[in-house]
Design a protein around this ligand. Sequence first.
Ligand code: C2G
Length: 131
Amino acid sequence: MVRTVITFGTFDVFHVGHLRIIERAASYGDRLVVGVSADALNRVKKNREPVFTEAERLSIVGALKAVDEVFVEESLELKRHYIEKYSADVLVMGDDWAGRFDEFTDICEVVYLPRTPAISTTALIEKISNG
Ligand code: C2G
């Protein structure tokens, strides 16, 4: 039996914190599927335009060794649908989302992993803009 892991994120201005969570997520199973937030969803969630478009973010995440499949996450409300569609056995998220997806424990295991400290897309954007 193939154990499928699913995770979600914007993965904008891809950094080592993103890489680490993807690698750790992959270690929970045999196959890793990643939902990459649509540009429109990112606008709603973060109130800003992503630096890289969803097509670019999808290409970057999809090219990673640990990733088997990528798709566009259109809405936060569709999580149950995506978990079922991709037959995920485990949902992995960073602990900034701790407790937020516990409702899915009826259909899969839900795991929250500690975020990589001291790095974020927001901090990188600030650092780059301030020169
Ligand atoms: N992350 C991490 N360490 C960091 C930064 C991010 O482990 N220093 C993790 C986050 O916890 C998340 C993943 O990397 O699990 C993607 O982070 P974001 O791109 O910020 O994702 P987000 O916009 O929170 O989208 O449906 C859920 C959302 O789509 C998650």
